[in-house]
Design a protein around this ligand. Structure first.
Ligand SMILES: [Zn+2]
Length: 455
């Protein structure tokens, strides 16, 4: 059995307690055998490998409960055409290089067979969530459905659970509930098709809000705001107010009520199946999400820092959800990097500093999500949350929130599975080494072995 020693590291074990300084972590086979005060390397004469981790911080491999584009098969809970396999593997590479060892694919219509093929092709643990309930399938079909094969349509949430899916989700999404998916995908595409002009996600978002408001309602239509948003997007004279109203409404509204109904339907099924349900929590769905939270379902309120919320609204809503026993998740989105949709970390920081956050995920953000460890690095440096607590939000808390997602993972303890991330404590997103099941899969910040396995 292969033995590897991480020599003389600091350790945050995922439990939220202060770091242990100067320890050796001895990994035997796929498990953590022992954690002991650091010894000189030559004590370990016969082991296979000793990694000098002096000055490095070891944490449990990050567990990400909200990803898209991480499995072969249809993309998003709108059943969008799937990404090419190489792109899926590249997405997984990126998660891995960011220190993530387990991802929950929340695309929702992926089959067990597609998931298994993905999981086999990549060292990351890829796990399945399903959103294939009647209303969610109908919402997807109305909103898009371009990537749904007969096999995807037939593979119900119940069957998915029997085949090893660990949660229902993502229920509702930016693509069916007039959120980010409409703003970065469908509205720009429709505008371009009509005018030849490419608009940014933020411009599309402003148009959407002007037509339907933050909470998505036909009655929120604001002609002046639409004119302003058209001008800001360089569309004055190309599209009339009524044109863009028809375009935006035509994209968002047909699926919207069906998708809202899907939230209640999925929560009911999750209760019956006794599995967690990950829901799209945003201004447009908050009333329905709060209604579900009142029941005894295990609810994960995804991306509770969604950019459609106003700050006070987000904090009050998350406070209520937490009081009702829900798990409050925040997503990194494109908060620190691309900022194509979010405008900065205000909502994230407000929820963290109010002590409302249970888990941190990435979501997709149009492919521009920031690394979880980058968000933790920034938030801890800004004094919003302690480092041990933040690491727990990305590891042990996630494993606890979704029991099937990462059993025996999420904490670095003797007998735990050796999914470990070794990083630079001065810049957490500078990931040095990643180990999955005792095997080193990232070395010196690069994939190991280099390159990708053939599909
Ligand atoms: Zn979402």
């Amino acid at each position: 059995m292969r033995t590897t020693v991480l020599n003389n590291c600091d350790l945050l074990d995922g439990r939220g307690t202060p770091p242990q300084h100067g320890v050796d972590i001895i990994v035997e086979g796929n498990i953590v055998r022992e954690i002991v005060p650091a010894r000189p390397g030559d004590v370990y004469g016969t082991v296979d490998e000793i990694l000098d981790a002096t000055g490095k911080l070891v944490i449990p491999g990050v567990i990400n409960n909200h990803t898209h584009g991480t499995a072969y098969g249809p993309l998003f809970p709108s059943g969008h055409e799937g990404l090419p396999h190489q792109r899926v593997l590249a997405n997984l590479d990126r998660h891995l290089l960011e220190g993530t060892t387990t991802v929950l694919c929340a695309d929702g219509f992926v089959t067990a067979e597609e998931l298994a093929r993905t999981d086999e092709a990549h060292p990351i643990n890829v796990r399945l969530a399903s959103c294939n309930t009647p209303a969610c399938l109908q919402a997807a079909t109305v909103a898009d459905g371009g990537g749904l094969t007969e096999a995807n349509r037939r593979f119900t949430a119940r069957q998915a659970m029997d085949a090893g899916a660990v949660a229902l989700g993502e229920i509702g999404a930016g693509h069916t509930l007039g959120g980010g998916g409409a703003s970065y995908l469908y509205i720009p595409a429709a505008v371009e098709k009509r005018t030849g002009i490419t608009i940014t996600p933020r411009q599309a978002n402003e148009l959407k809000i002007a037509v339907l408001g933050r909470h998505i309602s036909a009655s929120a239509f604001d002609r002046d705001a639409v004119e302003e948003a058209l001008a800001a997007a360089g569309l004055t004279g190309m599209l009339s107010v009524d044109d863009i109203r028809a375009i935006v409404s035509g994209i968002v509204l047909p699926a919207f009520d069906i998708a809202l109904h899907g939230l209640a339907e999925a929560a009911e099924l999750a209760r019956k199946l006794d599995v967690p349900v990950l829901v799209h929590n945003a201004a447009a769905s908050m009333t329905q999400v709060a209604a579900i939270a009142k029941t005894d379902v295990r609810l994960i309120a995804g991306h509770s820092n969604h950019s459609s919320f106003e700050l006070r609204e987000a904090v009050e809503h998350a406070t209520r959800l937490k009081e009702m026993g829900s798990i409050v998740d925040v997503s990194t989105l494109d908060t620190f990097g691309a900022r194509r949709l979010t405008t900065g970390p205000d909502l994230l920081y407000a929820l963290l500093s109010a002590g409302l956050v249970d888990t941190i995920s990435t979501d997709y953000a149009g492919g521009h999500h920031d690394p979880i460890l980058l968000a933790i690095d920034r938030a801890t440096k800004a004094g919003m949350v302690s480092l041990p607590a933040a690491i727990a939000m990305a590891t042990a808390n996630v494993a606890d929130a979704i029991p099937g997602l990462a059993p025996r993972r999420g904490r670095v303890l003797p007998a735990a599975i050796a999914d470990l991330t070794v990083t630079d404590p001065a810049a957490l997103d500078r990931v040095w080494t990643v180990m999955i099941g005792g095997e080193i899969v990232v070395r010196d910040g690069r994939l190991s072995p280099p390159g990708r396995r053939p599909d």
